[in-house]
Design a protein around this ligand. Structure first.
Ligand code: SAM
Length: 292
């Protein structure tokens, strides 16, 4: 750590219920010389609730600066200069833990590269809050952030972690929940168990659980379930690798044999999947016979 330098505190704030602020977070914000936040109007309301007055940053007052994805390149060097000058800088986001689908990575990495002191002040995060109460396996999980918005990109994105054995967790807005659940169903199959955790820690907190196809239909049919913020959790892939490989081989073979002569489809499917060509050929023949 650089001598005489200040500290960058990475402070988690509530995801809905203001009573979830920790005493340490409150004290850190009250003692900060400068608070960097996403939306200053939003954070002013939180700080007012905590009884933290704001000012210019001089004479013991706390300054509030906007720090978001559109200005982080300009603001990061200025924040680093403050820390190097011995100031206590606190980073918060609109809700939850900074850097978790929120800005801050650029600043924290730059602070670490300069040998500055970075201190986490832990607290709420929607992903762990949802996982802790969803009833899905929690020994291993993969957090994948927000799905891409165009459906084609979203399906490719889902394919990228279809084989993951741990519980999958993504963020989504209520407005897009139905389309994302429909794509999750289409790619992962409707039989996997899932949970939609909505409006966590708030008045209308709900956990919907069930198989993906039931969940998707339920959310699509109920406008209430499309309101607010939510976390989608899906049980990981539990089939053995050999079974998954076989399903994947047959899926690719079916697509290719719709377009190509059988031998060519088999040769290509074997190259794509790494499967055995003779075995695939026998399967393709058996499939053809059963369809005849
Ligand atoms: N940094 C935050 C955290 O630690 O959870 C996440 C910020 S990200 C921009 C916002 C997304 O988090 C929302 O779209 C939603 O998916 C999830 N989220 C945040 N608050 C939530 C809540 N109270 N209930 C359910 N999901 C929430």
């Amino acid at each position: 750590m650089a001598g005489n330098s200040g500290v960058l505190y990475v402070v988690a704030t509530p995801i809905g219920n203001l009573a979830d602020i920790s005493e340490r977070a409150r004290q850190t914000l009250a003692d900060a010389d400068l608070i960097a936040c996403e939306d200053t109007r939003h954070s002013r309301a939180l700080l007012a609730h905590l009884g933290i007055g704001l000012g210019s940053g001089a004479d013991g007052e706390t300054a509030l600066w906007a720090y978001h994805e559109h200005n982080e390149a300009q603001i990061t060097p200025r924040l680093l200069a403050h820390i190097e000058a011995g100031k206590r800088v606190a980073l918060i986001s609109d809700a939850g833990t900074p850097l978790i689908s929120d800005p801050g990575f650029v600043l924290v990495r730059a602070a670490r590269e300069r040998g500055l002191c970075v201190v986490p002040i832990p607290g709420p995060s929607a992903l762990l809050c949802a996982l802790s109460a969803a009833g899905l396996p929690s020994d291993r999980f993969l957090f994948v952030g927000f799905p891409p918005r165009p459906s084609g990109q979203r399906r490719t994105w889902i394919e990228g972690f279809a084989a993951e054995p741990g519980t999958l967790i993504c963020y989504e807005s209520g407005k897009r929940a139905a389309v994302t659940l429909a794509d999750l169903c289409a790619v992962l199959g409707g039989q996997r168990r899932g949970v939609v955790a909505r409006e966590l820690t708030k008045h209308f907190e709900t956990f919907l659980s069930g198989e993906l196809d039931t969940l998707a239909a339920r959310v699509a049919a109920d406008p209430e379930q499309q309101l607010g913020e939510l976390v989608i959790l899906i049980e990981g892939e539990r089939r053995p690798a050999s079974e998954r490989q076989e399903v994947e081989e047959l899926r690719i073979l079916a697509i290719l044999s719709d377009e190509l002569p059988l031998r060519q489809a088999v040769a290509l499917a074997a190259r794509i999947t790494g499967g055995n060509r003779n075995r695939l050929y026998k399967k393709a023949l058996a499939q053809r016979q059963s369809e005849a």
